[in-house]
Design a protein around this ligand. Sequence first.
Ligand code: FES
Length: 146
Amino acid sequence: MYNEKVMDHFMNPRNVGEIEDAEAIGEVGNPICGDIMRMYLKIDNNDIITDVKFKTFGCGSAIATSSMATEMIKGKTVREALRLTNMAVVEALDGLPPAKVHCSVLAERAVKTAIYNYAKERNLTYKELDGFDPNDDHDGHDHDEE
Ligand code: FES
């Protein structure tokens, strides 16, 4: 049911934990299953994400996709991280069973929520966040959930 890449990221997830002095923290719940994810980002003065960690009560697919997502945004700019979609993460993992694709939304939303909070605190605007509402379960993207 799960391919090798997914199993690897599930069994040996990268970047699990918390960052105490994180510039950005985002917590989201998955409306479909009720699972929770918290994402911590270190962001330097050049808007580069220098470190990222996550904690989740989510399932194996949530762990695998978050692990992959953290690897994909580490070292990237905030803007690049905002452009990362859950489907890009699923593709990087060579796919998930269709019933588990909703789990991958947690990582995307947690990253966006963390940056949303960061931007709000510092009065920054990122056009990639236009229309994003951390309290809205549907942010307008087609997540191709089922
Ligand atoms: Fe909840 Fe996967 S079942 S995140």
